[in-house]
Design a protein around this ligand. Structure first.
Ligand code: SF4
Length: 322
């Protein structure tokens, strides 16, 4: 089924999130971004630090209110929910954080951490204990872990506790913000596999935020590439890797190490640092680092255009480069 025929679960419509950082100065963390996530779909969001991907994720679950634009969840604008709708929304959307060391309260036992949401939504006593035990088993832990404290666990186990906590209220949409970045590579794959299996079983939609493109490829149905607050390319995971059309995506992909010693790979170096989001370059924001830059790129901002079915690119010369 093409995305046109499916029902979106979350719609991001022309969202901006600016932070006021001084007199007449705004940090444009998210700058007119639109996309949607369908039920059961995983969308990966990638880009360098400071590109706005985490801010975007936070706007989608109302940890931040957008400066302008709308986020629609299941047909409703999330900034205009009634008290009852807000309660339901908080149950249906969850977040898994980057740092499994900082995101768990060190004074609470695992039973208290995982059961916190259940208690807030009226489940307590034996029922809550049974549910916590079930959740721990789902994420590969067991009931003996219930009475322990976070410091008694490894990073991977802590992230499993964070996942159990996020799943407690049977969410439909989960934002994973660099959920595996702080873990060892061997543990990363275990956690990504766990998230993938759970997503398939529970028909969860994920926004999977990461700066690691290879991890994102493995778990995502579609990938959005962000640069200085904008999505510059959005396509299916396969298309993005087989046929990138934006110079920034090309550079990110070329930097992925390969394990094949015979693979001939041209490295497209990314020159310079990402410019300040407080004073982004005029025209195409990527022009200061783009080896294909032409005069027009310095003055005219490229629109995000659908150049192939469900493949969107914001570059004046994408057809030629692609
Ligand atoms: Fe490069 Fe110009 Fe395309 Fe921007 S619009 S990515 S500067 S070629």
């Amino acid at each position: 089924m093409s995305n046109n025929e499916k029902q979106p679960l979350v719609q991001v419509k022309d969202v901006c999130k600016y932070f006021h950082v001084g007199k007449n100065a705004d940090l444009k963390a998210v700058d007119h971004v639109s996309f949607e996530i369908y039920k059961g779909e995983t969308v990966g969001l990638v880009g360098e630090s400071g590109c706005g991907k985490s801010t975007m994720g936070r706007c989608m679950i109302r940890l931040y209110d957008p400066t302008s634009g709308e986020v629609i969840y299941d047909g409703k604008n999330i900034t205009k929910l009634t008290a009852a709708e807000k309660r339901e929304f908080c149950q249906k959307v969850q977040m898994i954080f980057q740092n499994p060391y900082a995101s768990l309260n060190s004074r609470m036992t695992v039973k208290e951490i995982v059961g916190e949401g259940l208690r807030e939504h009226g489940m307590s006593g034996k029922d809550a204990d049974v549910k916590v035990q079930e959740l721990l088993e789902i994420v590969g832990l067991n009931k003996d872990h219930m009475s322990r404290f976070p410091h008694e666990f490894s990073g991977g186990q802590r992230q499993r506790i964070g996942i159990a906590r996020a799943l407690a209220l049977k969410p439909k949409f989960v934002v994973c913000d660099e959920a595996v970045s702080a873990l060892d590579v061997s543990i990363q794959s275990q956690i990504v596999n766990l998230l993938k299996d759970l997503g398939e079983k529970e028909n969860l939609a994920y926004l999977f935020i990461s700066h690691g493109l290879s991890v994102v490829k493995y778990i995502s149905d579609r990938i959005g590439v962000m640069y200085l607050g904008n999505i510059v390319e959005l396509a299916s995971s396969q298309n993005m890797f087989d046929h990138p059309m934006h110079p920034y995506t090309e550079a990110l992909l070329s930097a992925i190490p390969t394990t094949d010693p015979d693979a001939k790979k041209e490295i497209v170096p990314l020159e310079g640092d990402i410019p300040s989001p407080v004073h982004p370059p005029k025209g195409c924001k990527f022009h200061t680092r783009c080896k294909y830059c032409q005069e027009i790129c310095k003055h005219v901002t490229p629109e995000l255009r659908e150049l192939e079915p469900e493949h969107y690119v914001a570059c004046h010369f994408a057809e030629k480069l692609g």
